[in-house]
Ligand binder design. Sequence first.
Ligand code: ADP
Ligand code: MG
Ligand code: MG
Length: 880
Amino acid sequence: QKHVYSFGGKTADGNGKQKELLGGKGANLAEMCLIGIPVPPGFTITTEVCAAYYEAGKKIPEAAVPEIDAAVTKMEAVFGGKKFGDPADPLLVSVRSGAALSMPGMMNTILNLGLTDTSVEGLAKKTGNPRFAYDSFRRLIDMFGSTAMGCEHEDFEHEIHKLKEEKKVKLDTDLSADDLKELVKRYKAVYKKHVGEDFPNDPRKQLMLSINAVFNSWHGHKAVEYRRIERITGLKGTAVNVQAMVFGNMGESSGTGVAFTRDPNTGENVFYGDYLINAQGEDVVAGIRTPEPIAKLEEQMPKVYAQLVEIRQTLEKHFKDMQDIEFTVQDGVLYMLQTRNGKRTGTAAVKIAVDMVKEKLIDEATAVKRVNPDSLNHLLQPQLDPKSKIKPVAQGIAASPGGASGKIVLSAEAAVEHAAKHPGDPIMLVRKETSPEDVAGMHLARGILTSTGGKASHAAVVARGWGKPCVVGCEAVKIDEKAGVVVISGQTLKAGDFITINGTTGDVMIGKVETIAPSMTGDFSTLMTWADKSRKLKIRTNADSPADALKAREFGAEGIGLCRTEHMFFGEDRISAVREMILSTTEEGRKKALAKIEPYQKADFVGIFEAMDGFPVTIRLLDPPLHEFLPQKDNKAGAEAVAKQIGVTVEKIFERVEELHEMNPMMGFRGCRLPLVFPEIGDMQVRAIIEAAIEVKKKGKSVLPEIMIPLVGIVEELIILKKRAIAVAEEAMAKHGVKVEYQIGTMIELPRAALTADKIAEEAEFFSFGTNDLTQMTFGFSRDDIKGFMPTYLAHKILPVDPFQSIDVNGVGQLIEIGIQKGRKSRTEHHKQHLKVGICGEHGGDPDSVHFCHKVGMDYVSCSPFRVPIARLAAAQAAL
Ligand code: ADP
Ligand code: MG
Ligand code: MG
């Protein structure tokens, strides 16, 4: 087994396809060598070695060691014969991590490795540039110390700040060679204080310790957290790339930069990025100095710029996707250090995919496959209301589009705390810069605002990945974390005050700006048309109002999969009649109250049928327990108001609340159990549905109501209710002399329903899997009470994902498959028409769950209006 893969010159042992084995970075470094792009030589230690390292209790497998030594020798030869650790003319290397999937900033890179007390002198002499040599050395001590040996980067930073103050200079680049020599001394002291030993003067020891450190970072807190949030599982580990150093900090003809081959915010086909002259790697992304836009390189280094533009073309042609590149210029010579498919906003993803089809780089199916369905969220994000009168007070760099308003929090921890106390409350993370430690808090914020950093800073990259609005490098924002205040252009804001950002323009506003709903046009709509060509699943929506129904149709919904009638019961105009119905103890009394509700119900359905214009509409009969409609026991004022409204005493209300009280409402008197005990409730609803359908049909429109009976677990329940519903429907049609087509079906949301689906299918004309309840009932988890233990379950990998977010394929999924198989088989045996099957839980809008629904042969998925495009795309990808 080969442990180490060399690359360099125009050859490589590996290639771009071997991402699992070599990591993304290593595989693409090899690929770039193979297509003739200048890359400093080096080698990649495989992800398998990382796995073996952990298996052996954090030890590099012995067989790998001679391969590493041989690869060092090979690198030396390719790079012009300099020797690693040569005291007179040292070859230095970087040690870089890189797993199969890119995790920006998650793993630590160490630069300038191989420098020692003697070789730093050699380097100074050889290059005639002592400033550069000592700058490189102090960086090594910092990076090696903080990455491999657990020192604090801040402690080193503190020393450089102190020295700059002493020397009265502003920039790192203003420090002289002697200053840096002094700094090296101080850094070494910091190192020794923390590590308890001197900084190792042995290059090979530095190398081996660094390789260990990269492997260790795989299970570091940050990396684990990132994988958890991004749901990344099943990787072997990280690879380690050891690569000959090239130097961007050699003076004015050197520099370093990061760029995207197209704009990752908008997707526009323009070269986009930043660079810094006389700087090394991380300087550009760390937000220490404010970098220059890439276009300016054309003036500063025209030759290099021209070469870079050519490489941009070559890479896009070769990889057929937008690339995120890192480069360094050493003394006017350009080297590429990394390329990968660039992260982009949903907006950019769509534009790039559509553009690349036009440019004939890819075909339509590839375009459809390439856009992450969840990233469409970005195009479905609210935008700031353009009519808002609130004026911007500052402008930063537009790093991730969309508008957001939120209460200021000044740290990731504060964000986490606030969100725990006030779930759903909008917060805005305002910081100088962000780092991988902050991801949990960043995830919770509506938007992110930083005062430093460029387009490739941590905050920008992460926010774009999540489709969260973000503004970076807004220097007018002065943050005093200790005092808990932010000062913007002279105005002081406290933590908790509202602030607004526009990630599309970079504007920052004080206060709250209203947001408006997005729409589907242009490239977005083009991509959706392509998606529709391949998907097999129909996409419906969950909607209870004509407005939602219309929005969903605009997004391409082909019907309503779930119309929850209880939402209508809460309507201002009828809630008191609903309460009256619940409070009455006689059938007579209930019927009287229901008669008041009926016209409202009918009008609701008319509105929805008209909005759906002939598409099927599944209406679920009343589902929740009745006490949900009454004021709760601790709400005296509410009870008094209700009492007055409907003319009963407060005592009477509380008496009824007491009667209806349940230990476990989720498994209580709800669903089909309601109309079985109070048939008049079901009668009223069915009549309202059929009469609404008749009315719409009379207007010449087509209607397709599907009456859905919830929470059936025993076929007898359905037999009784169906018979009754048919009787009511027939009566209504006879009365009006109009026939409408309708279906009666059920939800499958109890394990028993799935297991007896053959029996149920003899009665039901359709199944809709209510996966929220089915998940609750299968796991025995109450969906509203998982807060206490779900985080632990996820952290300990007891569950890979929250089963309420993504279908539990192994458990709940089996019940679904059994339900579909038994149901369809029974229909065939009884020579009945095809059993229509869909899903209407929250899962209908989750791409992984949509894949599952496709696989098990459902006819449709139903999700909230704003997830319809996501489901359309996910369905297409499942079919491709
Ligand atoms: P990340 O995965 O965080 O992007 P990298 O391994 O790409 O980390 O390293 C960060 C930066 O360090 C690179 O962008 C590059 O500027 C610099 N760097 C890494 N290796 C070398 C090298 N061999 N020569 C010069 N600079 C390097
Ligand atoms: Mg990189
Ligand atoms: Mg349910």
